[in-house]
Ligand binder design. Structure first.
Ligand code: SIN
Length: 487
């Protein structure tokens, strides 16, 4: 990749805070550096927002809220639709920017731009389908009218692993529903969100509806917002411990809350599964985003009759994957986001190996620059290995065996998390029985990818609650008002 092209894209990104429709410096006049995880070099500097800036963003929301809620749904939808088109027209630049700040291979970044834009198209279509109910009081003496209204100003906190898609999945329904918002993107990957804000502005989004505050001091910046009763909702994608803290803060003014938290996805392969498909799909479920996804397959539970073959085929395919900077041709595995994340992955592998696991491929850091870790397959996992309980968030596939359906379901459910599970079998009755027994919000049945803007994404247990995308996604941004009508 030509570095002039990289510089050109970096130059296009606004570097300020986006508040009330204007780009401005931080109130403290400070900036912070954004790093390329493949080279450990600074890409650029952007504004480091403060609590004062966050409050200015909430003030902007308040000024815009009532006009925005009264804007015809078709007009709100058209802005989303135009942004969808602008995102596609600028897909190459957005993808390159995402690869530079996050590390994923360019092809995956392009895939994310398409995925992210589709949330805007989906919610452009949902904006005009917000409806209510009209019914006769059971005793016949009056009428019951039920209407849906926007919840009001929202705080949307987005993660670094999918820098745009996790934004549009919240911004799309908030705009469609008539809410205003303060967006706080992850410190590691703010550039994609700043570009998106620019496109939304270009598409005609009124000033103050969307405000973006980038910052290195997440809790200091968001804290005062929770203390202010004008904020009505928080939607967060990130780790379970941070989600729990935000829940506590949200209790002060009893905010509406959507939490898309950690995962520990089991990938179940039964003896009757199509093994080739199970291995192909495992590569997607495990290696999409270098495993840095809350829906990444975290542990493979494979029937003892096919476990050896499955593990060796998976190890062969993962061992062949090209690791490198995501901008380079043919690279399939980029760096992890930072040294902390790579350290967590390395420690989990070390713990499993120390407890008897065998390394079939990988098991080590790669290179001396950038946060690379080799695609890794482990077999012979001990029951007390930490990676069976903890979210790996890296390119590591531990394979464990089972001998009965009940054992497989019990192992799958043996987790505090309940986001997604993957099931591979060619027996429809088993598929239904197992799927019904799983304590998760989503199941991939003979598929390694569940993410889809037209489907409800979300979990149970410590993976959180609320649904993003699909028919339910917009409901998170609406409240129900019932009117008793005297007739
Ligand atoms: C996530 O990792 O938070 C979500 C990934 C997805 O939407 O597929």
């Amino acid at each position: 990749m030509d570095s002039a092209r990289e510089n050109a894209v970096l130059t296009m990104v606004p570097k300020g805070l986006f508040i009330g429709g204007e780009w401005r410096d931080s109130s403290s006049n400070t900036t912070f550096g954004v790093e390329d995880p493949a080279t450990q070099q600074k890409l650029t500097e952007i504004a480091d927002g403060t609590p004062v800036d966050a409050m200015a963003a909430l003030d902007a929301c308040e000024r815009a809220q009532s006009d925005w809620a009264a804007t015809p749904p078709r007009d709100r939808g058209e802005i989303l639709r135009r942004t969808f088109e602008l995102m596609n027209a600028n897909a190459d630049d957005l993808a390159l920017l995402m690869t530079l700040e996050m590390g994923k291979p360019l092809a995956e970044s392009k895939g994310e731009v398409t995925y992210a834009a589709e949330f805007l198209r989906w919610f452009a279509e949902e904006a005009v389908r917000i409806d209510g109910r009209w019914s006769v009081n059971p005793n016949g003496s009056g009428r019951l009218l039920t209407m849906k209204q926007p919840v009001g100003p929202c705080l949307l906190i987005t993660p670094w692993n999918f820098p745009i898609a996790m934004g549009t999945r919240k911004i799309g329904p908030a705009i469609a529903a008539g809410c205003t918002m303060v967006v706080k993107p992850a410190q590691q990957t703010p550039l994609s969100m700043l570009m998106l804000a620019q496109l939304l502005h270009e598409a005609g989004l009124p000033d103050g509806v969307l405000n973006v505050v980038t910052s290195t001091k997440a809790s200091a910046v968001t804290g005062p917002l929770f203390d202010d009763a004008r904020l009505r909702k928080v939607s967060f994608t990130g780790s379970t411990p941070i989600g729990q803290k935000l829940m506590e803060q949200a209790s002060k003014h009893l905010l509406r809350v959507s939490m898309e938290l950690g995962g520990n996805a089991p990938y179940l392969v039964f003896g009757d599964a199509d093994l080739e498909a199970a291995v192909d799909q495992a590569l997607i479920a495990k290696m999409r985003n270098m495993g840095e996804s809350c829906v990444a397959a975290n542990r493979f539970h494979v029937h003892e009759s096919v476990a050896e073959e499955f593990s060796s085929r998976l190890a062969e395919r993962m061992g062949e994957m090209k690791v490198g900077r995501g901008t380079e041709d043919g690279v399939q595995v980029g760096p992890l986001i930072d040294d902390t994340q790579r350290g967590i992955v390395a420690d989990l592998v070390e713990d499993a190996v120390g407890k008897g696991a065998k390394v079939l491929t990988g098991g080590e850091r790669v290179g001396d620059r950038g946060y690379f870790y080799a695609p890794t397959v482990l077999s012979g996992i001990a029951d007390d290995a930490s990676l069976l309980r903890e979210e790996i968030f890296g390119p590591v596939a531990p394979v464990k065996t089972f001998s009965s359906d009940d054992e497989a379901v019990a192992a799958a459910n043996n987790s505090d998390y309940g986001l997604v599970a993957y099931v591979f079998t060619s027996d429809i009755k088993r598929a239904i029985r197992v799927t019904e027994g799983l304590e998760v919000g989503m199941v991939g049945l003979n598929r390694g990818l569940v993410s889809n803007p037209a489907a409800e994404f979300g979990g149970v247990k410590e993976s959180g609650f609320g649904r993003e995308g699909g028919r339910e996604g917009i409901e998170e941004y609406l409240y129900t008002k019932y009117v008793a009508v005297d007739v």
